[in-house]
Structures are given as C-alpha cells and as structure tokens.
Ligand binder design. Structure first.
Ligand SMILES: Nc1nc2c(c(=O)[nH]1)N[C@H]1C(S)=C(S)[C@@H](COP(=O)(O)O)O[C@H]1N2
Ligand SMILES: [Mo]
Length: 218
C-alpha cells in the first residue's frame, strides 16, 4: 500500500461501518449532567485499547515530518527536533472512544494546538482543519475544535515516548471529541476555508463528535 491510499477495509472497519448504520451504543441522552465525568453510553477501562485501520506505519523519529499547510502565513514542516523546539505543555485528559470505552487520566506531553496556530500564523479565512496520517487515515474538524485549549500534538504518554501502536512518534489528541478525531502517526495538518470529510466521517460517523451529546453517527 502506498502512503496516500485509503486502506483496505478490514473486519473491524466493516463492523464499525455497520454500527454507524445501526446506531449502536446510542442511549438517547442529550445534555451533560453537572459533575458527570463518564459520557452517556460509555464504560470505563483501565487498559488502553489499540484501534486503527490495521496498517501500522513505522516512521522512525529522525525520518518523521509534519507538514503544516493551507491557509497559513508560514507553511512549515517540523521534524522531531523542530517539534521539541516549540514551547512544551503537559496535560492530563480523558479518552472517550465511540466504540464505548473511556479511559481517565492520560498524561500527554507535546505542543498545544494554540501554540502551533500562532507559530504558523493561521489566517482568519481558515475555518476547517484536515488531518492526514502515515497509514492513509484522515479526519477533519472545525478550527474551533482544533484550537480547543486541551488539544495538542503529542509525543509522550505518561512520561515515555508515545508507543508505535498508539501513534508514535507523534499523534494529535483532541480529548473533548470522540477519539477517532485524534489521528495517530500524524503527518499533515491542512487549514482550509471548506470542510473535507475524513475516513470515518465519510462512513457514517458524526462530523462533530461531541461525546456528551452522543454525536456518534451522522
Ligand atoms: N492514523 C490513524 N489514526 C487513528 C485511527 C487510525 O485508524 N489511523 N483510528 C482512530 C480511532 S477510530 C481511535 S478509537 C483511536 C484509537 O487510538 P489508540 O489506538 O491509541 O487507542 O485512534 C484514532 N486515530
Ligand atoms: Mo474509534
């Protein structure tokens, strides 16, 4: 498979496409109760499941590049040293996966998307973001979601380099949305005036993906 092909449908991909059609895991709850930490229809796990299209791209740290392009004043390519040269942040956030597991208290290190937006000079015309990964995966979001104060480009988890299976060397984490909006093996961030649907958004999954209002499917 070449880098830019959409991956072949795997069994898991077919199952998840079917769940979108069936509305699996929907509870019908529509607002966030005060003090709630676990979104509707979710259950807590202690381990960290691995979910992806089944194509694990091995990109060594010294080969990894992140292109930041589109509606920006300064189109930029960061290598790993360039990412580390940016001001670093550390955050602890929860994961909510649309397949119904949630995992609390994940400590991430990396660069905030707010920092990235400032560094490349995202233009006011930019309203959407399209993220692309080395396994051919894509996902999309509005600029407001990308710019969320908890969103970050991550290289470490619990103080250690992010494991390959979880998207190492570098992934995006956007914890206020379902986890399919957090692309692993991140290779390109494109700021755009128009929205472009990503892999799961084209296959029946919600374009926004707020776990608190169960925006699982479209
Ligand atoms: N590049 C890439 N990123 C991806 C995916 C993928 O298949 N490829 N799957 C998404 C989905 S559906 C989920 S639930 C999370 C899973 O991340 P994890 O394996 O670290 O738990 O990654 C998201 N990011
Ligand atoms: Mo997922």
């Amino acid at each position: 498979m070449s880098d830019d092909d959409i991956p072949e449908d795997s069994k898991l991909t077919r199952t998840k496409s079917r769940w979108a059609a069936l509305g699996k895991f929907l509870t019908g709850q529509s607002a966030r109760p005060e003090d709630a930490r676990l979104p509707p229809g979710q259950h807590l796990v202690k381990n960290w499941p691995i979910l992806d299209l089944g194509q694990t791209p091995r990109v060594p740290k010294d080969v990894w590049r992140l292109d930041i392009a589109g509606e920006v004043e300064h189109p930029t390519t960061w290598d790993f040293a360039g990412l580390m040269a940016q001001p670093q942040v550390s955050k602890v956030t929860d994961i909510h996966c649309v397949t119904s597991w949630s995992r609390y208290d994940n400590r991430w290190d990396g660069v905030s998307t707010e920092q990235l937006i400032g560094a490349v000079g995202v233009k006011p015309e930019a309203r959407f973001v399209l993220l692309s990964s080395n396994d051919g995966y894509t996902t999309n979001m509005a600029i407001e979601d990308f710019a969320h104060p908890d969103a970050m480009v991550v290289h470490s988890w619990e103080g250690r380099p992010l494991e390959l299976d979880h998207g190492g060397p570098v992934r995006l984490v956007v914890p206020h949305l379902y986890f399919w909006k957090s692309p692993k093996w991140l290779k390109r961030i494109e700021f755009a005036t128009q929205d472009h649907l990503g892999f799961w958004e084209l296959r029946g999954y919600h374009n926004h993906a707020d776990p608190w209002t169960e925006e699982r499917y479209s």
